[in-house]
Ligand binder design. Structure first.
Ligand code: NAD
Length: 354
């Protein structure tokens, strides 16, 4: 029997399935728009230009300089192109970096957004925007930030490199694990979280074996949609706060940091949130932290923060930073507890559930 809860469903139109890239024009029109500025990173420039060609007059132009952590200077340059080209909406084609740029534009000028998500990070279904200026990363939440329409076409993910697929998939799974014990969790977000974990747990090993397995890619994208949706619906705790500390304070890479920390943060909270995590724990063989670690290891995920430049001498400062701003978490956040967690994650050791 569910306890009392509050559930707010989030708006947003999801167009899912192989071949749905062909629906961009229809979706732009549906939003009452006629001139889309197509966004991408330099790496996906060819895809953005091909899409602009397909859209013909409906493409106002392309801006292909999206960068990690949404630098404000890049947003300002894109806004100038938006105005010059008389665009009336944005179409973001890519992962969290490109989606962040679309959100940053929309936050400033309320541009309608169509997002074509090509990683598993989940940003496309949240109202969260992280941006950087003068070396500082700040986060804002605003209904204007949440994209109106998201297209998930698994065909676009067939070429997502295996290492990125693995790290990005674990990044998505971290949203689901934290959603299960969120202070504002509800039966709907918990259903989505468990189904997201299940889909990614079955999909990622198949992707590692055969990166172009369309069915596995479809399952993974489906899982990432569910995990992203719960990220946008309920509050995140220890795991996301620690990743934010390491990303912002130590320049650690986004998806890999999530992938490495997930088994450790799950183990940290496992006993304090055993009832909330029960279905996830069962999925991972009865020990969530250890099971996630074994799973990550089996699919070749990164395991040690040390491999990404974090020094042993950084761990004390990172622990101090992590306990500065209190927030709700199933288990008390103590400096010693965090230092112990980070020390194991730094060395790539299997977590111990306490
Ligand atoms: P990314 O968007 O930085 O992509 C990494 C690289 O992979 C880029 O060069 C990109 O062009 C390329 N790429 C993406 N999809 C590809 C594909 N299918 N095939 C080949 N190459 C592809 O990586 P990410 O992990 O998706 O996003 C990370 C960023 O997103 C971070 O800045 C993070 O803070 C942000 N993020 C925000 C939220 C939110 O809700 N605000 C949620 C998750 C992540």
């Amino acid at each position: 029997m569910p306890e009392a809860f509050i559930y707010t469903s989030t708006p947003g139109r999801i167009v899912f399935g192989s071949g749905t890239l062909a629906k961009v024009a229809e979706e732009v029109e549906r939003l009452g728009c006629a001139r889309a500025l197509i966004l991408s990173t330099p790496f996906q420039k060819n895809d953005a230009e091909a899409l602009a060609k397909d859209l013909g007059e409906m493409a106002a132009g392309t801006f292909t300089e999206a960068a990690m952590h949404t630098p404000v200077a890049v947003t300002e340059a894109a806004l100038e192109v938006y105005t010059q080209t008389k665009a009336d909406c944005v179409v973001a084609l890519g992962g969290g970096s490109t989606i962040g740029l679309g959100k940053a534009i929309a936050w400033r000028n309320d541009a309608p957004q169509v997002v074509i998500a090509t990683t598993y990070a989940g940003s496309e279904v949240t109202d969260i925007l992280g941006q950087t200026e003068n070396g500082q990363k700040t986060t804002v939440r605003d209904p204007k930030i949440r994209p109106e329409t998201v297209i998930y076409d698994p065909d676009l993910t067939l070429g997502l490199p295996v290492a990125m697929s693995v790290a990005s998939g674990l990044n998505a799974m971290a949203h689901a694990v934290e959603a299960l014990y969120a202070p504002d969790a509800n039966p709907v977000t918990s259903l989505m979280a468990v189904e997201g974990l299940r889909a990614l747990k079955t999909a990622l090993p198949r992707i590692v074996e055969t990166p172009e397995d369309r069915d596995a890619r479809t399952d993974a994208l489906y899982g990432s949609w569910l995990c992203g949706t719960v990220l946008g619906a309920v509050a995140m705790s220890l795991h996301h706060k620690l990743c934010h500390t390491l990303g912002g304070g130590f320049d650690m890479p986004h998806a890999e940091t999530h992938a490495i920390l997930l088994p450790h943060t799950a183990a940290y909270n496992a006993a304090a949130a055993s009832a909330e995590l029960a279905r996830a724990t069962e999925l991972f063989g009865g020990d969530l932290g250890g099971g996630l670690y074994d799973f990550a290891r089996s699919i070749g995920a990164p395991l040690a923060l040390a491999d990404f430049g974090l020094k042993e001498s950084d761990l004390a400062r990172a622990s101090d930073m992590a306990v500065q701003n209190p927030y709700k978490n199933p288990r008390d956040i103590t400096r010693d507890g965090i230092l112990d967690l980070l020390t194991r994650a730094h060395a790539g050791q299997r977590p111990i559930t306490t």
